[in-house]
Design a protein around this ligand. Structure first.
Ligand SMILES: Cc1cc2nc3c(=O)[nH]c(=O)nc-3n(C[C@H](O)[C@H](O)[C@H](O)COP(=O)(O)O)c2cc1C
Length: 363
């Protein structure tokens, strides 16, 4: 009988062989330097976590208008690519593999973070309810400007250019962030997309932006170096859809022909703001999608092992456990206790709560 797969079974993702199935989930940490350039602190943070089967970086904006935070990293100019190159070189030197997550904030940002204090852009002029962190503290979300049809190819081009820069930056691949309320997600769901052109209305229209960006990324890197993150039924950042199961069944079916490195999905239990969908997104997507699946959301070592062994997913992304356990893979291997994370240092700050969580033996 073949040995049952588990967290420590190697797996081939596109063209990469991962030594284990423990992925470091993308996590925004708001610690880039001036100009949204990754600095030495980020080099240390990511290289400390290089034993992950794969690292997916924090959300990284492909254009100045896609920026959503005070100190996020970007990937739209040579200086940022050079900063990232130091990160990827250090991760590779430590034996790891790393994808960059491309994240355009769309309406989930504020004019004070954008060039010339322009209004955020979105599929439709519908604001997010609530407040956003800016340099001037928390401010209410603004009503975004609805994108003109003619502007959309330009945004797809920005993602294409970021994919080109990801090669110069030394990344092994790119993940498109099309989940948790950011621009592609805003196009996908009925609550934030009320367009009457070819980018709204029908399932075909609402998923068009996501698929066009994906095609652009695949055109640059090849589909085997491109992943996609989706969050069916996830309501964070006011992502309301009339029929989330129908929308994401359709999208997953369309994705079957792409031959992507992986599709990343789940429900961020525990971390989640908003309400849970009435269905399990991992099982829904698994039942429709024929490619490699990356599941995320509240997994432990035991539940990750069980999900892989039962075939619910192919590999697992861990978020918060990686924040406080740089050597999470080793801790899982030897069944060592995990260090607890501190939510107060998740977003922004210095080395504290970022690069000062010790590895086993150094405690
Ligand atoms: C501090 C923090 C920042 C996050 N930032 C991102 C992000 O930039 N992109 C993304 O796709 N998910 C982001 N997430 C979600 C995680 O990738 C993951 O889906 C979530 O934490 C659930 O996994 P966990 O239960 O293992 O933590 C973030 C989560 C945390 C805790």
């Amino acid at each position: 009988m073949p040995e049952q797969a588990g967290l420590f079974s190697p797996i081939v993702i596109g063209e990469l062989e991962l030594p284990n199935r423990i992925v470091m989930s993308p996590m925004t940490r708001i610690r880039a330097e001036e100009g949204c350039v990754p600095g030495e602190r980020m080099v240390r943070y990511y290289s400390q976590r290089a034993s992950a089967g794969l690292i997916v970086t924090e959300g990284t904006h492909p254009s100045p208008m896609g920026r959503g935070y005070t100190h996020p990293p970007g990937l739209h100019n040579d200086e940022q690519a050079a900063g990232w190159r130091k990160v990827t070189d250090a991760v590779h030197k430590a034996g790891g593999r790393i994808f960059v997550q491309l994240m355009h904030a769309g309406r989930v940002t504020h004019s004070s973070l954008l060039p010339d204090h322009a209004l955020p852009v979105a599929p439709s002029a519908i604001p997010v309810f609530g407040e956003i962190h800016t340099f001037d503290g928390k401010l209410p979300f603004e009503t975004p400007r609805a994108l003109e049809t003619e502007e959309i190819p330009g945004i797809v081009d920005e993602y294409r250019r970021a994919a080109e820069l990801s090669i110069a930056a030394g990344f092994d691949g790119v993940e498109l962030h099309a989940a948790t309320g950011y621009l592609p997600n805003q196009f996908q769901v009925t609550g934030s997309n009320q367009r009457s052109d070819g980018y709204g209305g029908s399932l075909d229209g609402r998923t068009r932006f996501t698929l066009e960006v994906l095609e652009a990324l695949c055109g640059v890197r090849g589909a085997k170096q491109v992943g996609l993150k989706i969050a069916p039924g996830y309501t964070v950042n006011d992502m309301y859809d009339e029929d989330p199961a129908g929308t994401y069944t359709y999208l997953a079916q369309r994705l079957n022909s792409f031959g992507l490195a992986y599709l990343h999905t789940g429900y961020d239990s525990g971390y989640a703001r908003g309400t849970a969908p009435s269905f399990n997104p991992i099982d829904l997507i698994r039942s429709v999608y024929t490619g490699t699946l990356l599941a995320v959301g509240g997994f432990t070592k035991a539940s990750g092992e069980a999900a892989i062994a039962s075939g619910r997913t192919d590999f697992i992304a861990y978020g918060r456990p990686f924040i406080s356990n740089p050597d999470l893979v080793e801790r899982f291997r030897v069944d060592a206790p995990l260090s607890p994370w501190d939510v107060r240092t998740f977003y922004g700050g210095d080395d504290h709560g970022y690069t000062d969580y010790p590895a086993l033996g150094a405690e």
